[in-house]
Design a binder for this molecule. Structure first.
Ligand code: FES
Length: 100
């Protein structure tokens, strides 16, 4: 796992974009857990960080596809394919991510 940031860099329920080893990633902290998804909509490959977060779903700004940040699954059209998710871990107030 690779260290990506401090837990203090992540306000609760906010979309935070990061780039690490050529991976564009969104991190979201919710209830002391960190969710990490690829910053790429599976519909037309626009970034998702301009989107809106509601509960555990992120809505793409461009054509309103929604994805579950817990497993990346597509929740409505026009997206039919999931987005990539990453495993995360918190240790000593640092956030680590599994990049494969
Ligand atoms: S690019 Fe995200 S819904 Fe079309």
């Amino acid at each position: 796992m690779i260290e990506i940031c401090s837990i203090n860099d992540l306000p609760e329920n906010e979309i935070v974009k990061k780039e690490i080893k050529n991976h564009k990633i969104i991190l979201i902290k919710k209830n002391e857990k960190i969710y990490a998804i690829e910053n790429l909509c599976s519909h037309m490959n626009y970034p998702l960080d301009d989107g809106e977060l509601e509960d555990f779903e992120i809505e793409c700004l461009y054509h309103a596809a929604r994805f579950d940040i817990r497993d990346g699954s597509a929740k409505c059209l026009p997206a039919t394919e999931p987005i990539k998710t990453y495993e995360t871990e918190i240790k000593d107030n640092k956030v680590f991510i599994e990049i494969s």
